[in-house]
Design a protein around this ligand. Structure first.
Ligand SMILES: [Zn+2]
Length: 232
């Protein structure tokens, strides 16, 4: 009985920390988990992450300006411009543009800036998906995989090409179709007569005399005359 009471007291003591409970939250970038010094926390029902660990994996630089309580996140090639002023909240700038946090503000948590990451990730041009079942925040650098491209902010202020940048889906060029034998006409280089490809004369023509003519106009312009048998 005493033991049971002791356990209840222990759990009661732990309850105030529940709001900051560290669940097993995983953040992945293109399916590869991010290693955090400070694990993601649930604060006021929001997943709050150590943004530095994420954006450094994305190739960004992070500068903390203590005077203005600002975290400057810049993609490669974007020169840092310290324009923030100190406010009531922690500022987060992405490529020198302030990120808005309408719900849960960034917090300092054991000397780590923890923020709801979506605003930053989307400002960087990437998409985020939360999987409640696996408690995983999946960041994709592949445009359009998780979020329709139209929702990804366009950043005209980014002059240099950042690495990594969203991977543009490779559209394989459709090769120019080879002319089908049923299309166009076959001219005879020797006789300057042109035929439908299935004309019997074509079957007898030597390969070196065959010339492909895409249409009748080309044939006539090139000085070919229609065959009297197949009448092309
Ligand atoms: Zn013919």
């Amino acid at each position: 009985m005493k033991r049971a009471l002791w356990l209840i007291l222990v759990f009661a003591f732990m309850l105030p920390n529940a709001a900051y409970a560290a669940n097993d939250i995983t953040v992945t970038i293109d399916s590869v988990p991010v290693a955090f010094e400070m694990p993601p926390q649930i604060i006021n029902d929001r997943v709050m992450v150590q943004i530095r660990a994420i954006v450094e994996r994305l190739g960004c630089t992070v500068e903390w300006d203590d005077a203005t309580q600002t975290s400057y996140i810049n993609q490669p090639g974007v020169p840092l411009s310290r324009t923030a002023v100190k406010g009531q909240d922690i500022n987060v700038y992405v490529n020198n543009q302030p990120v808005e946090f309408p719900d849960q503000k960034p917090v300092l948590y054991h000397d780590y800036v923890l923020i709801p990451s979506r605003g930053v990730i989307e400002a960087l041009g990437y998409s985020v998906e939360w999987n409640d079942t696996t408690q995983t925040q999946a960041i994709s650098t592949i445009t359009g995989l998780a979020t329709p491209p139209s929702t990804i902010p366009v950043k005209p202020d980014v002059t240099a090409s950042p690495t990594p940048k969203p991977v543009t889906p490779v559209i394989t060029a459709t090769p120019t179709p080879m002319p089908k034998t049923s299309d166009g006409y076959i001219g005879n280089l020797n006789t300057h007569v042109f035929h439908y490809p299935d004309c019997s004369s074509v079957q007898r023509m030597s390969e070196k005399n065959k010339v492909y003519l895409p249409n009748r106009e080309t044939a006539i312009n090139d000085g070919y005359v229609p065959c009297q048998i197949c009448k092309p």
